[in-house]
Design a protein around this ligand. Structure first.
Ligand SMILES: [Zn+2]
Length: 352
């Protein structure tokens, strides 16, 4: 019971201290890099999600070279850091290891050691790019419950924890590329989920990304599995947006009910081209375009409705498809005009 009480207090402290020290500054995103494989769905980001109840669990005991590193996109001054390890039942604590920091993300210096699974790092005067936990050699797989940070600029916790599990058996030469893509899609996950939030919805937290030789398309998604073509991505390494598009499909989580294909792809490309990589959509031909053209064309149509009628329209359409209550008449409810009228109006707006 004691452990539970302390957990609550620590959690509350993080929440209370965050906004007060960081008000009015641009957030700095964090990424987690680790040499330790994840056990089941106790994923890395659960060690920095603002909650003491969840934790990262390693698959195997740690070795001397293992690390668990929080990398900041920009340097931040760490005013305090407390890392709590071990599962709620007390197993998987780190005792012999240490907490380290790095100004350049490459060379690290020691901040503090662990006592009874907890470490507290002193305030740093110089900005750092990364902090990391080195568990040292352990006899059992470790668990990291939470890293609580107070920094000069806000480093948001992972509100939608997610981890891509990558399979590059078919193309080992694409391993590094696929890992990079996975981290990019993980970074885009909070944005995608904010754009497509709906009541009571929790997105998947484990996504499997496989690069396949047998698959002949570009990329496809079924439930929480994404498949990408070795052929295509070998020749189009820059097309990471295609994988962000697939990640949107995972978040859409449409399971039943009506969902027109053009709108499913339109929502996905809307997030891609108007949120993830704005300006990359290209020109839409007003002579041939129709709202139900799918992909970029339908994305452009949705962007038009967003600007002209309702900034929340994509979120509302997505929620309706997710909850199996979508009908075409929803457009009329949201804009006062039916799809035919909206189509004509949008096309007219495209004329040079
Ligand atoms: Zn698609």
């Amino acid at each position: 019971m004691l452990l539970a009480i302390r957990s609550v207090a620590l959690g509350a402290m993080v929440l209370a201290m965050g906004p007060a020290t960081t008000r009015g500054q641009e957030p700095v995103p964090a990424t987690i890099e680790t040499t330790m494989a994840t056990h089941g769905d106790e994923i890395r980001q659960l060690a920095y999600d603002g909650r003491m109840a969840t934790f990262f669990a390693a698959e195997k005991p740690a070795t001397a070279d293992d690390h668990f590193t929080i990398v900041f996109e920009k340097p931040v001054i760490v005013k305090s850091v407390v890392a709590t390890t071990g599962r709620p039942d007390g197993s998987g604590k780190i005792d012999g290891g240490m907490l380290e920091a790095s100004a350049d993300g490459k060379s690290f210096h020691k901040l503090s050691g662990f006592t009874d699974g907890i470490t507290r790092g002193e305030a740093q005067k110089e900005p750092v790019r990364a902090i990391r936990i080195r568990p040292g050699t352990t006899t059992a797989p470790i668990a990291i419950r939470e890293v609580a940070l107070v920094t000069d600029r806000p480093v948001p916790v992972f509100r939608y924890p997610v981890e891509f599990i990558v399979d590059t058996t078919d193309a080992p030469e694409l391993k590094e590329w696929t890992q990079d893509v996975a981290r990019t899609c993980e970074r885009a996950y909070p944005m995608i989920n904010d754009e497509l939030a709906s009541d009571g919805f929790q997105p998947p937290r484990v996504i499997r990304l496989t690069i396949s030789k047998a698959y002949r398309g570009v990329a496809a998604t079924a439930s929480d599995r994404i498949i990408g073509s070795v052929d295509y991505f070998t020749n189009h390494r820059k097309d990471i947006g295609a994988m962000v598009h697939e990640t949107v499909h995972v978040v859409q989580s449409y399971r039943r009910g009506k969902r027109p294909g053009w709108l499913v792809e339109g929502v996905s490309d809307y997030i891609r081209f108007f949120r993830y990589e704005p300006g990359k959509l290209g020109r839409i031909n007003p002579r041939t375009a129709h709202h139900d053209g799918g992909y970029r064309v339908s994305a452009a149509f949705l962007a038009y409705l967003t600007a002209k009628y309702d900034p929340e329209i994509v979120r509302k359409l997505n929620a309706a498809m997710r909850d199996a209550r979508y009908e075409d008449s929803l457009f009329e409810k949201l804009t006062g005009k039916d799809l035919k009228e909206l189509d004509a109006e949008w096309r007219a707006s495209l004329q040079p």
